[in-house]
Design a protein around this ligand. Structure first.
Ligand SMILES: Cc1ncc(COP(=O)(O)O)c(C=O)c1O
Length: 400
């Protein structure tokens, strides 16, 4: 007898299994031994500053082991919140204060808490599409209706957004966007679109989640002004993370938003996990105090830029000329549109049989249908493997 036979689950689990399964499958595939995987959105483990992490961990344990092993405030370690607020001021010219920062277990927890805070079953969430799979899945869990609004080279299409408001009106509770080196397209929004978009959302009194997971991974050194800096009413909620620039295993991200909003997030977070992993916050805070994170990010960026260029050249050489893409200025992904005749799920099945994985494009839309797009991650494979894997994909595409 099956372990779940006869059990009565919440209705939402039926709705989310599809999206979450994509996510779980993807995380698993990227770990499978012997596979050349362009599927995940993972930083490269060789960039982790392992010696510094070992040393800083030992240092905090020597200083105050009991403190590091205790519960701490649900907001997270105060000193780390101060350091993050200072980094946001320095890097992005924001006026953020420590009281406007809440530490979360990866920005993914920020997405989940946003669902808890804003969404009743049937409420509409607008997604810039294609969109980050983990955000689609997290908000679907709250039985949101996910509505796709397309994007162009400058960001979300404003006329399509206006049409969505004409259709759904005040059933729209949230808009989710990822304006810097977006997952999955690698695109960044222009300054004028940022401005126009925030003014529009605030006029409509709808909260915006600005997922800034890749904001610090720029390969030109340029950093765009975050959406939150255009906000006049405080309706923009910024999600940051150390996962892509430092180590995802520390599970440390943050929410930055107006204090009145943050208090609501905090009340929910205290219910979810009571206290963060104090030891990880203290270790990260000590690292920020005694080491140079910006120098580290500079080295990480140089490696990823090299890998991006190698993948670019391989795609140019191996893919048919009808495949289109643009060069990402940062982040971790190429987004390739294949000829219409190619179903990227079918290509995926064939490439996995040859030990090469990527992410089929359909996963990044709320209601995936047949799709001819693909996402290729370039950060996590050594250069030789990138060349080999892209050659396999190029051959399979040409055969289809
Ligand atoms: C756009 C985006 N947002 C959020 C996340 C979640 O990252 P974390 O929870 O590790 O901060 C990811 C991870 O891939 C991502 O690509």
């Amino acid at each position: 007898m099956s372990a779940v036979e006869g059990l009565r689950f919440a209705k939402r689990i039926g709705d989310i299994m599809g999206k979450s399964h994509d996510l779980v499958e993807l995380m698993g595939l990227s770990d499978a031994p012997g596979i050349i995987s362009f599927a995940g959105g993972f930083p490269s483990p060789e960039t982790y500053p392992i010696e510094d992490i070992k040393e800083t961990m030992a240092e905090i344990m020597r200083e105050d082991a009991a403190g590091a092993l205790s519960y701490s405030s649900p907001s997270g370690y105060y000193e780390l919140r101060e350091q993050i607020a200072a980094r946001m001021r320095k890097n992005f010219g924001l006026q953020s204060r420590t009281e406007e920062i809440l530490l979360v277990s990866g920005s993914q927890q920020g997405l989940d808490l946003s669902g808890l805070l804003f969404i009743d079953p049937g409420d509409v969430v607008i997604f810039e599409t294609p969109s980050y799979l983990g955000a689609l899945s997290a908000l679907k869990t709250y039985e949101a209706r996910l509505v796709a609004v397309g994007s162009d080279e400058e960001g979300m299409c404003m006329d399509a957004l206006e049409r969505a408001f004409e259709t759904y009106g005040d059933r729209i509770k949230l808009i989710y966007v990822n304006p810097d080196y977006q997952n999955p397209t690698g695109r960044s929004w222009s300054a004028s679109r940022r401005d126009e978009f925030v003014a529009f959302a605030e006029r409509k009194a709808v909260a915006v989640i600005e997922d800034a997971a890749y904001a610090e991974l720029s390969y030109s050194g340029e950093k765009a002004k975050p959406l939150i800096s255009y906000s006049k009413k405080g309706f923009v909620i910024y999600l940051g993370t150390f996962s892509k620039t430092f180590c995802p295993g520390l599970r440390t991200g943050w929410i930055c938003c107006a204090r009145e909003l943050l208090e609501r997030y905090l009340a929910l977070k205290a219910n979810v996990d009571l206290s963060p992993a104090t030891i990880l916050h203290r270790q990260l805070s000590h690292y920020l105090k005694t080491r140079d994170l910006d120098a580290h990010i500079g080295r990480v960026g140089a490696l990823y830029k090299r890998r991006r260029d190698i993948m670019h050249e391989a795609v140019r050489n191996e893919f048919p000329a009808e495949a289109t893409y643009s060069l990402p200025g940062g982040g971790l992904f190429f987004w390739v549109k294949l000829p219409d005749r190619i179903d990227s799920r079918e290509l995926f099945a064939r490439s996995v049989a040859e030990n090469v994985a990527f992410m089929p494009g359909g996963a990044f839309y709320p209601n995936a249908e047949r799709n001819c797009e693909m996402r290729l991650n370039f950060s996590n494979m050594p250069e030789g493997e990138i060349i080999k894997g892209i050659a396999v994909l190029g051959r399979l595409i040409k055969e289809m």
